[in-house]
Each structure stands twice: as C-alpha cells, then as structure tokens.
Design a binder for this molecule. Structure first.
Ligand code: AMP
Length: 398
C-alpha cells in the first residue's frame, strides 16, 4: 500500500483526523477521516471512508487513557490494524499560530517545539492543544516525521500597513500586530483558483470563509494582502459565538462598570456572542435560517451586513474586485446568505445568477458579470497533506 499521510486537527476536547494516500505524481487522495470527541471524559471514536461509509463508531473504554495522549495512541493503534495496511510516512498538524518566525510549514524538531511553545500566549485557547497532539504522536511513534502547518502563515507576507495597529512602536515590536487566520483554507482556494477562473486567480479576489469561525481575505494575484481576522481569531465578522470586530471602548466600559476581568471578557467575546448572542437561540446558521423568531432574523441580518461592509473594505484594499468566493459551512451551503451578500455587492460589479446560486454553483454570477462569484469547497486537510508531502521531500534544512 502507498505511503499515507495522517492529518491531525486537535481541539480542546477533540482530535479530528484524516488519512491521505500519497501516490507519487498525484494529489494525495483521502482514504478515511474521523474524530475522537470528548477526549477528557468518555471519548467517542468515529471513522468513515472517503465515500462516507462508517468504518467505526464506538465509545473508547473507560480504562482508555484520557487527553490527547490517549487519543493519539488509540488512533495510531487503530490505523496500524486497518486492513488497507496503511504505512504512515508522516503526520501533518494544523497549528493555529506560527507567529513572526514561521511563515511556512515546518518539520517539527525540539527547537521548533520550543519556539511554538513561546507562541502560546498569542493563541491560548488553541495552540496548547495543537502542541499536545504533536507531543502525543511523538511519544507513541517517535520515528514518525511531523510537520506543523500554520493558520497564520499564508498571511505572513501581507504589506506592513495591513498588519499594523496604531499602537506605540514598542508594542508593535513586541508582536502586537495583525496575523490573520484561516490561512490553510485561503491557501487551498488559491490552489484551486487557476483551474476555476484564471482572472480571479491573477486578479483581485475576496474569499469569504463563512463557517462557525468566519473571516474574509483579500487576494491579489493569489497572495493575501488583507484579512478581517487580526491579532486573534476574534476580529472581523461576527461568528457562531464570537463577537467579531468590536470597539475597544466597549471592553473598557465592561471592565470599569461591570467589573469584568480578562477571563470574563474571554468567555463573553469567544463563547457567548456572535450569532448565538444576538439570536439568543443558536450559533448554528441552519437553525437561524429555519427560525421565524425576530432575533434569529436579526442575527442573520447582522452577519450579512458585516460581510458586506468588510467586502467593501477589502475591495478598497485591492483597488477593485474581480471575483468573490464563498467557502466553508455557511459559504458552501447557505444560498440565502450568499444571495444577500451578492445583491448588496452589485455596486462592485457582482451580478448574481439566482438559479445557479440555489443549485450551489460553482459559478453563481451571470455571464458577463463584471466581477464573478463562486462557491468553492475548502479542504484544509488536503492543504495540510500537500504541505506535509512538500516539507518531507524538501532537502533537510538543519
Ligand atoms: P464549518 O465551521 O465550516 O463546519 O461551518 C459550520 C457552519 O455552517 C454552521 O453555522 C452551520 O450551521 C453552517 N451550515 C452547514 N450546513 C448548512 C446549511 N445547509 N445551511 C446553512 N448553514 C449551514
């Protein structure tokens, strides 16, 4: 059996995985995917093949070790026993923050891990879990090559102005700047664009990654030049439970008048705001679109309004718009949201093809539309597999 690449995306309580077969000369092919959820308690394991057929679905025994260590051990044992005879060549990890140091995927070493640990304060809710998964794989399979792929890296070459806060220089020098996230998703779209629309690939394109986490990115000739997420994954659009852009004065007010501290604000801004906070019903766009509650409608209205405002801002950064791309859970599956954004973007030259939008695209703008509009499925896991293969085949740097 061909070499296989294990792709891991570790969260606070879950470990998502995909396995790609790496046949030389071809794009890596998905063999199976799944997740271990609830890794701090009674963990549930599920796996499906590339066609979605269930391969496994069961709880891990109460005696199974907990945490990322237990999950990684279980997964590697399970993969070893697969009838396909998978030979793992490497594990590629989604790592949220590469800071200023890592502007490309990197093979993990002791010194890389030490540098990534230093970045934990920049992404305290995500980075520790990403690193825990790398350590867990290293403990169970010490000889397996591991590659860290960063959500920030694709944005690293943005112009300095796009990265700057208007703060005293000593704070900018200390790393307080806009990094941008969802980079693996944007990079995958950039990887697809030449085969979809040469003009979008070479020109001025805004990609809207609208999922539970949501952001937008301006691409000029395939390179990220501006994005709505900044120092953290809080900025920009309202999200499932995150507030998106908020005036800093609001935070000062909450601290002064409501006695909120950093942890209280973190809970409010990351977990109780966004679609959930405004609707009071759900963070799930499906539930909001299906609801006739006025607050659900208001949450969707605000989501669309903020996308439209950010689109104008990103188009300004690009000096115009050649293409608009929708991706991720809402972007790929919610025609009403796309329709409303596209109609509001008519001043930028987007002419919506209503029927194509309802069908799901991929092209959802009319023939002759000055700016084209697209629905493209993102695939961050495949992007990680591609990076992992490239890092493995590159000459060793150390
Ligand atoms: P993601 O984080 O990319 O998995 O996206 C999750 C978001 O996509 C959630 O808000 C879901 O409600 C939304 N979503 C998934 N399918 C649909 C759909 N058919 N219609 C509207 N929203 C959807």
């Amino acid at each position: 059996m061909a070499d296989a690449i294990l792709v891991l995306n570790a969260g606070s309580s879950s470990l998502k995985f995909s396995v790609f077969l790496d046949r030389r000369g071809e794009e890596p092919q998905l063999a199976l995917r799944g997740q271990i959820e609830g890794i701090l308690g009674t963990a549930m394991f599920s796996a499906r093949d590339a066609n979605g057929a269930v391969l496994a679905e069961h709880a891990l025994g109460a005696a199974a070790p907990r945490g990322h260590g237990g999950a990684a051990s279980f997964l590697l044992d399970w993969l070893e026993q697969r009838p396909e005879g998978l030979q793992l060549a490497a594990a590629g990890h989604r790592v949220v923050h590469g800071g200023r140091e890592f502007s490309a995927p990197v093979r993990v070493s002791a010194s890389v891990m030490a540098a990534l640990e230093q970045l934990v304060p920049l992404a305290p809710l995500h980075q520790p879990h990403n690193l825990a998964a790398i350590r867990a794989v290293a403990a169970r399979a010490p000889g397996l090559a591991q590659v860290a792929c960063f959500d920030t890296a694709f944005h690293a070459a943005q112009p300095p102005l796009a990265q700057a806060f208007a703060l005293p220089r000593r704070l900018t020098d200390a790393g307080l700047r806009r990094y941008g996230f969802h980079g693996l998703s944007y990079e995958f779209i950039e990887h697809l664009l030449p085969s979809v629309d040469a003009r979008a690939s070479a020109g001025r394109t805004v990609v809207a990654h609208l999922g539970n986490g949501a952001s937008m990115c301006a691409l000029a000739g395939g390179r990220s030049v501006a994005s709505t997420m900044g120092f953290t994954a809080l900025d920009g659009l309202p999200m499932g439970t995150r507030c998106g852009a908020i005036e800093p004065g609001v935070l000062l007010y909450l601290m002064d008048q409501e006695g909120m501290d950093a942890r209280g604000l973190e809970q409010l801004l990351y977990h109780e705001s966004g679609l959930l906070g405004v609707s009071g019903i759900s963070s799930d766009m499906r539930a909001l679109l299906a609801s006739d509650d006025a607050h659900a409608a208001e949450a969707v209205d605000l989501f669309v309004y903020r996308i439209v405002r950010e689109l104008g801002s990103l188009a300004a950064a690009l000096g115009g718009l050649d293409a608009l791309v929708f991706t991720a859970g809402i972007g790929e599956n919610a025609p009403p949201v796309r329709a409303r954004v596209c109609r509001a973007a008519s001043w930028l030259g987007v002419e919506l093809d209503e029927a194509a939008n309802v069908r799901g695209g991929p092209r959802i703008s009319r023939e002759g539309s000055r700016a084209s509009a697209w629905v493209l499925a993102t695939n961050e896991e495949l992007m990680i597999a591609l990076h992992t293969r490239a890092v493995l085949s590159a000459p060793a740097a150390e």
